[in-house]
Design a protein around this ligand. Structure first.
Ligand code: GRF
Length: 204
C-alpha cells in the first residue's frame, strides 16, 4: 500500500511508522510515498528526509479550508496513494479531501474518541486524573474525531503525576498501536465499527 504520512510537528508517530515499514512488521505491506506537511518548518519533515523519505509541504497561506485542501488533493495525486495516514496533522479536513480518499484516511487520537475529541487529549486525561486512557486509531470522516474506530489500546495512567509522564506513556502506546493497526488493516483482519452516536465535542 502506498502511504502519505501527514504531519504538522514533531513526527514521532511518523518515525515509528517509517521504522515499521523499513525494518519491522509493515515491511512488504506498505511503502511511504511521501511525508506531507501543511507546515514547511515542521521538525518531522526534516526527520523524514533524514530517514530517506520523500517529503512535500504546502503552507495554507490564508487560503480557505476547502481551497487549501483542493490544492493538497492536487499535490498528492502524483503520488498515487492508497492511504493518507494522519500523524499529528493539525488541521480539520474539509469534505473535498475526505471524499477524495473516502475510507482511506486514518488518524490516531490520544484518547477514546467516544469520550474526547479535538485537541489536548493528554491534558484532559491528566486534569481529570483518569486511571487509564485509550489510544484510538480511527478512519477519518467529515466530523472531528468521529470516524469509525479501527483499534483502541489502553494506557495505564496510575501513578503518572505529571503531564509529561502521561504523554510519555501514551506515546509509547501510540507508536505501537498505529503500526499494529496498519498491519492488521492491510492484511484484511479488521473492519471498522461505527458507533451509533457521539457526544458533542467539548469546547477547546
Ligand atoms: C500525537 O499525540 C497524536 O496522537 C496526536 O498528535 C500527536 C502528534 O505527535 N494526533 P507526533 O508529531 O507524532 O510526535
Amino acid at each position: 500500500q502506498r502511504l502519505a504520512i501527514m504531519l504538522s510537528g514533531r513526527g514521532s508517530n511518523m518515525v515509528a511508522l517509517v521504522d515499521a515499514i523499513q525494518m519491522g512488521a509493515l515491511r512488504e505491506l506498505a511503502e511511504v510515498a511521501v511525508v506531507f506537511s501543511n507546515n514547511p518548518d515542521a521538525p518531522g519533515l526534516a526527520t523524514a528526509a533524514a530517514l530517506g523519505c520523500q517529503t512535500a509541504n504546502l503552507a495554507p497561506a490564508g487560503r480557505k479550508r476547502a481551497d487549501y485542501d483542493a490544492a493538497v488533493v492536487q499535490l498528492l495525486r502524483e503520488y498515487e496513494l492508497d492511504y493518507l495516514v494522519l500523524a499529528g496533522y493539525m488541521r480539520i479536513l474539509s469534505p473535498v479531501l475526505v471524499r477524495a480518499y473516502a475510507g482511506r484516511i486514518l488518524n490516531i487520537h490520544p484518547a477514546d474518541t467516544h469520550l474526547h475529541q479535538g485537541l489536548h487529549a493528554y491534558e484532559w486525561a491528566f486534569e481529570n486524573k483518569l486511571p487509564e486512557t485509550k489510544i484510538t486509531v480511527h478512519l477519518v470522516n467529515e466530523g472531528l474525531d468521529t470516524g469509525p474506530v479501527l483499534a483502541q489500546r489502553p494506557v495505564d495512567l496510575r501513578g503518572a503525576n505529571t503531564l509529561s509522564e502521561v504523554e510519555r506513556r501514551g506515546l509509547l502506546v501510540e507508536h505501537e498501536l498505529y503500526a499494529d493497526t496498519l498491519v492488521r488493516l492491510f492484511r484484511g483482519q479488521i473492519s471498522p465499527s461505527t458507533p451509533a452516536s457521539y457526544p458533542a465535542a467539548p469546547p477547546d
